[in-house]
Design a protein around this ligand. Structure first.
Ligand code: FES
Ligand code: FE
Length: 360
């Protein structure tokens, strides 16, 4: 049969070995489903369903039988959103016709049929591949996750105080945000109102470590930091501008972990960032902190949350200005230098998520 379509071969660009310049991920890239995402503060999830959205897909999270549970936000009966339903700790009750479901997602009661009725086997809620409560957060993995969460052991160590910022909605892309949390070269440029030291721009080029799981990359930068929290600064025993060992680690797809070590004080601040790709236009940043320099001082902890919000404001002023919300994963599109090695490793990790499920 002869095609009636125009012959495109005459005008088609020549094939090249260079990847397409359109290689990028954004908040709707399906391949990003194979990862953990923080969806809510654990303290905000009780026995009633809480609606959350991951990569444009709607879920509910709630506590059933003392466990965190997650289900697609859609009742199998007439597809009503289950987020308008209620929970009593043992059952989820749909808000339309009252069907009830247990912690496994199985329907246990259809009121209109009476208690003796058989329940259709298909009356079952859909669940994500994973749900867990960890580090003060509820996490969902829509599909089988490629890697575990970072080892944020400080969160569970009694020697550390824990606190967190309110989840921050933003229009920046989740990948762009995670990339920013892995970057160190912007500190003396962007964070001059908080901890950055103008003029301390030069960075040693540190190697990137890759964990055995094939999906974790990390490095330690040596930077200069204004340590407002060191009490010996006020006495003149320590300078305000101090060296800092800045460990940064990334996990699929948009979770970053950083550990700030201060050689002058021996103290540590660990921060977990998880960037939730809600949908094409929206991201939420979860920022959880554990630190051992305040000895339980609630006032100083509260002040540090305000400070950390200011730090995030400085980053968002840059990231929300981007016209595109996508993060290029074709590393030939951007110009990278030797101090961008972790950022390049992150792009390669994301590219591999899209093109191949198997680690190298
Ligand atoms: Fe949920 Fe009918 S739509 S019980
Ligand atoms: Fe920053």
């Amino acid at each position: 049969m002869t095609s009636t379509l125009p012959d495109a071969t005459a005008t088609a660009p020549a094939a090249t070995s260079t990847p397409s310049v359109t290689s990028a991920v954004d908040n709707t890239t399906p391949a990003l489903r194979r990862a953990w995402y923080a969806v809510a503060l654990a303290a905000d999830v009780g026995t009633d369903p809480v609606p959350v959205t991951v990569l444009g897909e709607h879920w509910i999270v709630m506590r059933l039988d003392g466990q965190i549970a997650a289900f697609a936000d859609q009742c199998p009966h007439r597809l009503a959103p289950l987020s308008i339903g209620t929970g009593d700790g043992a059952r989820l009750r749909c808000g339309y016709h009252g069907w009830e479901f247990d912690g496994t997602g199985a329907c246990t009661r259809i009121p209109a049929l009476g208690d003796a009725a058989a329940i259709p086997p298909k009356a079952q809620l859909r669940q994500p591949a994973g749900v867990q409560e960890r580090y003060g957060l509820v996490w969902i993995a829509p599909d089988e996750p490629l890697a575990d969460l970072p080892d944020f052991w400080e969160w569970d160590d009694a020697a550390f105080d824990t606190c967190w910022n309110s989840p921050r909605p933003t229009t920046a892309g989740a990948g762009q945000l995670c990339d920013n949390f892995l970057d160190a070269a912007h500190i003396p440029v962007v964070h001059t109102g908080t901890f950055g030291v103008p003029g301390s721009d030069e960075l040693p080029a540190e190697p990137v470590d890759h964990a055995d799981d094939g999906w974790t990359a990390s490095t330690t930068y040596r930077v200069t930091y204004k340590n407002h929290d060191d009490p010996l600064v006020a006495t003149g025993e320590h300078p305000l501008e101090q060296p800092q060992d800045l460990y940064k680690e990334v996990r699929p797809a948009t979770t970053a972990f950083i550990r700030l070590g201060f050689p002058l004080t021996g103290k540590v601040i660990a921060i977990l960032f998880s960037c939730l790709p809600v949908d094409a236009e929206r991201t939420v940043v979860f920022k959880m902190m554990a630190r051992n320099d305040f000895d339980g001082d609630a006032e100083r902890l509260a002040a540090s949350i305000v400070f950390e919000d200011q730090v995030l404001d400085e980053d968002l002023a840059v990231l929300e200005a981007y016209r595109s919300k996508a993060l290029p994963t074709n590393t030939t599109v951007e110009v990278s230098t030797r101090v961008d090695r972790l950022s390049v490793a992150y792009r390669r990790l994301l590219h591999r998520m899209v093109t191949d499920t198997a680690p190298d």
